[in-house]
Ligand binder design. Structure first.
Ligand SMILES: [Zn+2]
Length: 419
């Protein structure tokens, strides 16, 4: 199906970097309340030549508490956000581990005994921990996960296409646009979270994207906003390198799986090196292989990739928490651009407008403002169009562009001090 094809022409972009850091100030809310209460009470008293009575003072106190709570709520600890996507990775595999309908299917798995030995266990809790130990050993204990529909936690796309370009468009813009209906779509005209942050003080040259699909420069519209987008060994004219090896020279060092995407391992290691060296305030890392191996009908490779992604997220989080510029002030958000089918033994391979339940997605978050709620149950039905506003909110900003967008997902930053 043409809408599944990810092969597109790429763009080469400029890249500039500087190091600019910003520190939020902190305040003590209750002394402020008392100070302002005294100030207003005595100002009123002076103006009216009559002291305010007790009920009036109480009204003013409550009002000031709300004002100060609102001010204090904006003071998030997050100064950096790293957004990661696992393309087309299903919530079913994230929350329940290896699929019992697929793990022993010889048409989808080369060595079923080996795969069972690696990832099978009797309970979903054991299976998912074997498959993704960082998600269930660290994120579930220190952060939160949305989208386990077996517990009533729901997250969905709002776009009806259920494939990649519209999915990433929705993530970055906070908006579904029915015109964005092809993976061959051109430069996305809708402004996105990169455009928004690029206009904010302190974010100049502090945005970057490293991703495994050559459509991302168009999805992000780096022609418009100038954000460096590293895809498939492109965007290397500025001399970007990893461990001393020029980025574009890697192209011949490792065979690419397709002519529009490279292997996720290279994407990850370049992203890690770039982030470590340049400390972007907002970085996006887009992985592809979960989607690639699903379409190929290789469930063993799909699980192996998910397990590898989990290890990379562990490694990334370790780097974040050992880097003074990132430690305890960086939020990591991981999500996907669409779900996949789950009926029978073949539908997991597919997604798109005609595939039932492929709109079902998930989100994981860990960081200084994210409460340790683990996997959510019941509660609100969240949507992918809320991610852009959530990222802005973590920076203490209200996401506004020239189109409607979803509201921020409050639970992601509800662990901020004072709440
Ligand atoms: Zn796909």
């Amino acid at each position: 199906m043409s809408f599944l094809c990810k092969c597109l022409a790429s763009n080469i972009l400029k890249n500039n970097r500087t190091n600019i850091s910003r520190r939020p100030f902190s305040t003590q809310p209750f002394p402020l309340v008392i100070y302002f209460q005294h100030f207003i009470v005595y100002s009123f008293s002076c103006c009216t030549f009559a002291p305010l009575n007790k009920p009036m003072r109480n009204v003013i106190t409550v009002f000031l508490l709300f004002v100060c709570a609102g001010l204090f709520a904006q003071q998030h600890k997050t100064e950096n956000v790293i957004l990661v996507t696992f393309d087309g990775y299903r919530w079913q595999d994230l929350f329940t581990g290896a699929d019992k309908n697929l793990v022993g299917e010889k048409k989808l798995v080369k060595d079923t005994a080996k795969l069972r030995g690696q990832y099978w266990a009797e309970t979903p809790q054991e299976r998912r921990t074997r498959l993704m130990p960082f998600f269930w050993g660290t994120i579930a204990k220190q952060g939160l996960l949305i989208g386990n529909r077996k517990l009533g936690s729901k997250m969905s796309l709002t776009n009806l296409y259920k494939f990649s370009f519209p999915g990433y468009n929705e993530i970055f813009t906070g908006h579904k646009d029915t015109r964005v209906n092809s993976n061959n779509y051109g430069d996305d005209l809708n402004k996105n979270i990169f455009d928004f942050l690029a206009t904010q003080p302190g974010f100049e040259h502090k945005l970057a994207a490293i991703a495994n699909w050559d459509a991302f420069p168009k999805i992000i519209n780096s022609h418009r906003n100038g954000v460096p987008v590293f895809v498939n060994f492109k965007c290397a004219s500025n001399g970007a390198s990893c461990n001393g090896v020029a980025y574009d020279s890697w192209q011949t060092a490792c065979p690419a799986g397709t002519n529009c995407a490279m292997v996720d391992t290279i994407t990850y290691h370049f992203a890690k090196e770039y982030i470590h060296r340049n400390h972007p305030k907002f970085a996006f890392i887009g992985f592809d292989e979960t989607d690639h191996y699903s379409h190929e009908g290789q469930y063993d490779s799909y699980l192996t990739t998910a397990h590898m992604m989990d290890a990379y997220m562990q490694d990334l989080w370790n780097m974040i928490q050992s880097d003074p510029e990132y430690k305890d002030k960086t939020t990591l958000i991981i999500t996907c651009d669409h779900g996949r089918g789950h009926l029978g033994k073949q539908f997991w391979r597919h997604h798109g407008p005609l595939v039932r339940d492929a709109h079902q997605v998930w989100l994981a978050a860990i960081g200084p403002d994210t409460p340790a709620k683990g996997e959510l149950s019941k509660g609100r039905h969240y949507h992918t169009n809320q991610i852009a506003a959530t990222i802005a909110k973590l920076f203490g900003k209200e996401y506004k562009e020239d189109h409607a967008s979803g509201k921020p997902i409050e639970v992601v930053y509800s662990g901020s001090s004072g709440q």
